[in-house]
Design a protein around this ligand. Structure first.
Ligand code: NAD
Length: 357
């Protein structure tokens, strides 16, 4: 199989973890006889430095001409003082909009070897396997009117939360499709006791569920969901929710697994999907060979599964991660007593070697 992949390393540790993921892709290509061709593209602070904007048109063009996109992370203190439209993070919003990526898929699955690295008790965590499906292109992050205005010497800021039935129905379908291949349970999270958008969300989800009678649907308010994720996370299979609730809940679910450095994600919906770790550019550890590359390498496994339909290849990458963790190798974010600390490069090499076994 021949596949073209646009690579956007971005900023900070994005550069380091993406370099690791490319090594893994090369090893998978070698073992399973595929050819992955890479095109490098700029986004975030790296693009601001090179061409003065966070998302050059050439980057979007390259993504659209590819079979998949792999992104590291963007942002950092160097660009914090830029005006809002020139912040590196604008590249993320631009990529999602430009590629029509309305469904963000974030698995939070416990690796048995890492239970002791989590801040929660073993008995709460054992068997946790959740997928958060977050609506990615609507809601308050995109709604208009927005902005800050000054009236009578007092500043007032506005953001707008809007959802159409169409947007809700299509994300519901993504969630039900995923649940069908798992434990067949969808929990839709909203704030329907307060927000009209949530009332519309709930009724559109109920409508969409009619096409999936084999999947059990439940509803939960977002504040209760935030509590239940800590109290009894095993009760969840697939959580579907709107953009901002999903942003927050998926980070909370992430922490169940021990470190944000372990969490992969896929953004689907358009003709080409984008894969990226959940974490940011981690300026505090950038350039020190300390970053955990597993989130990005696990994102490569998702790419194999969702974009290329290469199940054995995805399984091989995930099994290699599991094996290296079982053998006690840990980057500093997940290290516990008795384990062997390793850096980004060493962790990548161990995973590559385990794939080739
Ligand atoms: P962050 O995820 O970059 O870091 C939070 C903490 O987690 C830090 O202590 C960091 O060292 C640690 N961490 C993150 N990834 C790690 C990894 N792979 N291995 C080990 N430790 C890891 O979040 P932040 O500090 O809030 O943001 C830093 C910058 O990244 C900001 O500019 C922010 O806007 C940006 N950001 C980008 C994305 C993205 O590109 N998708 C996402 C979130 C934040």
């Amino acid at each position: 199989m021949n596949k073209n992949i646009t690579i956007i390393p971005g900023d900070g540790i994005g550069q380091e973890v993406v370099a690791g993921a490319i090594k893994v892709l090369e090893v998978v290509g070698k073992k399973f006889h595929h050819q992955f061709r890479f095109t490098n593209a700029l986004a975030g602070g790296a693009a601001l430095d090179a061409v003065g904007i966070p998302l050059p048109e050439e980057t979007l063009k390259s993504c659209r001409a590819s079979d998949a996109v792999l992104l590291g992370a963007v942002g950092g203190p160097k660009w914090d003082s830029k005006p809002p439209q020139l912040k590196p993070e604008q590249a993320l919003l631009g990529l999602r909009k430009g590629l029509g990526l309305y469904a963000n898929i974030r698995p939070a699955k416990i690796y048995p070897a890492l239970i002791s690295a989590s801040s929660l008790k073993r008995e709460i965590l054992e068997g946790v396997d959740i997928i958060v499906v977050r609506e990615l292109t609507g809601g308050i992050y995109f709604g208009t009117p927005r902005g800050v205005e000054t009236k009578n010497g007092e500043r007032t800021a506005t953001n707008t939360l809007t959802y159409s039935e169409f947007e809700v129905r299509r994300i519901a379908k993504s969630a039900f499709d995923i649940a069908r291949k798992r434990r067949k349970k969808v929990c839709s999270v909203d704030k329907a006791n307060i927000l009209e958008t949530s009332q519309l969300w709930r009724s559109a989800i109920i409508d969409a569920a009619k096409e999936f009678p084999d999947v059990e649907l439940s509803h939960m308010y977002v504040d209760n969901c935030a509590m239940q994720l800590i109290r009894n996370p095993r009760r969840f299979d697939v959580i579907v929710t709107e953009n901002m609730f999903g942003d927050i809940l998926s980070d909370e679910a992430a922490m169940l697994t021990g470190s944000i450095g372990m969490l992969a994600s896929a953004s689907l919906g358009g003709t080409v999907a984008l894969y990226e770790p959940v974490h940011g550019s981690a300026p505090d550890i950038a350039g020190q060979n300390k970053a955990n590359p597993i989130a990005t390498i696990a994102s490569v496994a998702m790419m194999m599964r969702f974009s290329f339909n290469l199940q054995s290849e995805a399984d091989a990458v995930e099994a290699a991660i599991q094996k290296v963790l079982d053998n006690g190798f840990r980057t500093s974010d997940i290290v516990t007593e008795g384990c062997t600390p390793v850096g980004t490069k060493e962790m990548t090499e161990k995973i590559c070697a385990a794939i080739l076994l």
